[in-house]
Write a protein that binds this ligand. Structure first.
Ligand code: TYC
Length: 106
């Protein structure tokens, strides 16, 4: 203990302590877009593989995109969102489907 501190052990600084400022990082939505050609099962597979959804969740989300045109598949920090988009777009390109995946600031 410092010799300037005359308070009982453990109480030093309690009254003046302030909450440290925490900075939340900006978040980004990852979206997938509907198209007329990508097979439904392929979209389901992408959602399972890259976004950790189970089969039922992935199927439901795929149907939402099919009907509404677009859906948010996850919200992440920039680095993670960008990595997901890059991984999906690489996978999609290798399978020659037109599926589009993009990110948008929340
Ligand atoms: N509309 C596509 C079809 O009928 C299926 C599909 C769903 C494609 C979601 C893309 O993001 C998508 N085969």
């Amino acid at each position: 203990m410092s010799d300037k501190d005359d308070s009982p052990e453990g109480e030093a600084g309690v009254l003046t302590q302030t909450r440290p400022k925490t900075q939340r990082p900006p978040l980004y939505k990852v979206l997938i877009l509907n198209d007329d050609y990508t097979p439904m099962e392929f979209v389901v597979h992408v959602l399972e593989r890259f976004f950790g959804l189970n089969h039922a969740q992935a199927f439901e989300l795929m149907l939402t995109v099919h009907k509404k045109g677009v859906a948010v598949v996850g919200v992440f920090t920039y680095e993670i969102a960008e990595t997901k988009v890059a991984q999906v777009m690489d996978f999609v390109r290798r399978h020659q489907h037109p599926l589009q995946c993009t990110l948008e600031k929340e």
